[in-house]
Design a protein around this ligand. Structure first.
Ligand code: HMH
Length: 197
């Protein structure tokens, strides 16, 4: 299966993106609240960018991939509402510019709009799989972060990631380069929060 090969053949890049100091800090409580807040606000921007990308991918996806992509798009809309609730609770302003890593990731998503569907769908699978694995590595999380870790490791999310893998695998091909680009973008995104960039 192509997606499982992509996991097997690039252990270093997957590890760097899923065992980042940010996530270790979430797990043991050593992550500063300010770093988490920076990350949270930027991730809300990112999810809005991802929803646009996903909606465009849905528009051009073959019939068998439509259901998983449409379901994921609804989940991203709900995720944005959750971010609004969280940031309000934490007293954070969502109306801030993208920091460089967020802007670079948006640029990657823009390029994926022009990629063929198998490549773009494999990239989306990598985007969600790395996020699931990252939060799973942080689980259960220190007390102040446990609620967030639980949200991003829910069984329904894992099932969605499996659905994306099946849809990508059905289209075939190997798309190593785009997956490696996603993993680099993920590391830069965690770096942004801990680096205070
Ligand atoms: C940076 N990658 C990043 N944020 C997310 N919310 C996801 C992936 C998954 O939706």
């Amino acid at each position: 299966m192509p997606t499982s090969d992509l996991l097997r053949d690039h252990p270093g890049p997957w590890d760097r993106a899923t065992r980042h100091p940010f996530l270790l800090g979430v797990r043991d409580g050593s992550l500063a609240a300010g770093a988490f807040d920076t990350w949270l606000v930027q991730d809300a921007r990112y999810v809005a960018d991802l929803l646009r990308f996903q909606a465009r991918l849905l528009a051009r996806a073959p019939r068998p991939a439509q259901a998983v992509l449409a379901g994921g798009a609804v989940a991203l809309v709900e995720e944005l509402a959750w971010f609004e609730e969280l940031t309000a609770r934490r007293g954070l302003d969502l109306d801030v510019p993208r920091l460089p890593a967020t802007a670079a990731y948006a640029e990657l998503l823009g390029r994926l709009d022009a990629a063929d569907v198998p490549t773009a769908l494999t990239a989306l699978w990598a985007i969600e799989r790395v996020y699931l694995d990252a939060w799973t590595a942080a689980a259960p999380g220190a007390e102040e972060y446990a609620e967030y870790v639980a949200h991003w490791t829910m069984p329904g999310f894992a099932a969605y990631v499996d659905g994306l893998a099946a849809a990508a695998d059905a289209l075939g091909g190997r798309h190593d380069d785009v997956v490696l680009e996603v993993l680099d973008a993920e590391v830069a995104f965690w770096d942004m929060a801990v680096g205070g960039a």
